[in-house]
Design a protein around this ligand. Sequence first.
Ligand code: SF4
Length: 435
Amino acid sequence: MPKHEPVLLKNMLQPGYTGSLAEYERAGGYQALKKVVGKVAPADVTAMVIKSGLRGRGGAGFPTGVKWGFLPKDYQGPKYLCCNADESEPGTFKDRQLMERDPHQVLEGIALACYAIGSETAYIYIRGEFVLGSRILDKAVAEARAAGYLGRNILGRGINLDIWVHRGAGAYICGEETALLESLEGKRGLPRVKPPFPATSGLYGKPTVINNVETLANLPHIVNRGPEWFASIGSPPKSAGTRIFCVSGHVKRPGNYEVPMGVTCRELIFEHAGGMRGDKPLKAFIPGGASAPFLTPDHLDVKLDFESVAQAGSMLGSGGVTVMEEGTDMVWAALRLMEFFHHESCGKCSPCREGSSWLVQTLRRILAKRGRMEDLETLVQLCNNIAGRTVCAFGDAEVAPILSTLKYWRPEYEALIREAEAQRAHELPMAAARH
Ligand code: SF4
């Protein structure tokens, strides 16, 4: 039995739960929507979410209700809600489970958010590869519409809401909120320069809120059980609620684990995920998806909340915890992540587009034992010329694996380079002898 009461995963932990509308309703589904639509003022729903302390679960961790409050007041035209379901961060697979196993929980969350911000149209922008998830959501939307939870005059209370499922084409950058909007508008998914921010000029230039799947799935529970209940879980006031952590890598039981924010990395890895595969010592872990800097065994007692992980020099990010055992080659690990980032750079800004290419080439050279000590300085300089100098946060993200592996495992880089130097020293006299 889990030590903590699951909230978002609760239904699907029941044997035989299929996520159909009937089963979701039997589990108390759509009660939150019935409780507020036409009965509680939209501003009061926003106030409830602010009071709960819910922060975005997609990566940035911005307070959800505060974000909604940035929409212009008294705006009369259309407003949009976009559910960011473009889950593409390596090591992160929680939104997929929420959508595939309990889709109505996500739809009810979207409907509540739309009611709070006064939007009649929501889009679920789902990662192109999630074919199953998009089919399940399409079916769930049809079920909800037939039951009067979506469509015109929902619940007979004079409110309209349509939800459309839109499949992306498999570009990592489309998880960045403004690239998502560009893609949804039918254009190439390139991030926009901000400001203006989506709250004032988002989809089709209209006020828009973009929230992550897990963030939205929390809303029915906050409405049903009250903001005080939510705010009492985890590490309030700044990291309230539970979080689904996706544990992957060299652990015995990889998977999604929903725990209150603030459990330690040690508890998550060694209790929930069963500890290290083959009981090998842990060497490294990433606490928040591929864009979060690596941490070491010295950080196992760091609490998994926004502030504690940031203080430890990393970030909670998307909640993807990737664990690596003793014996993992950290230069290789940095290269694998860097190759991913280089492949996914959208190419809009030269520090990211060109810099990622040079980073990959330099790492490959070091790993192939053709590096030089000055390559390490070059790596740091390249990273410093990318981070903070790009249109979107991708630039900061892509340098994290390199800077953090250089910080903690620099001797591994140096050992490869020393081998290269020894090889060159051996080859030079041989070449001289041939002439
Ligand atoms: S940082 Fe990279 S991904 Fe972001 S806009 Fe610039 S080129 Fe594109």
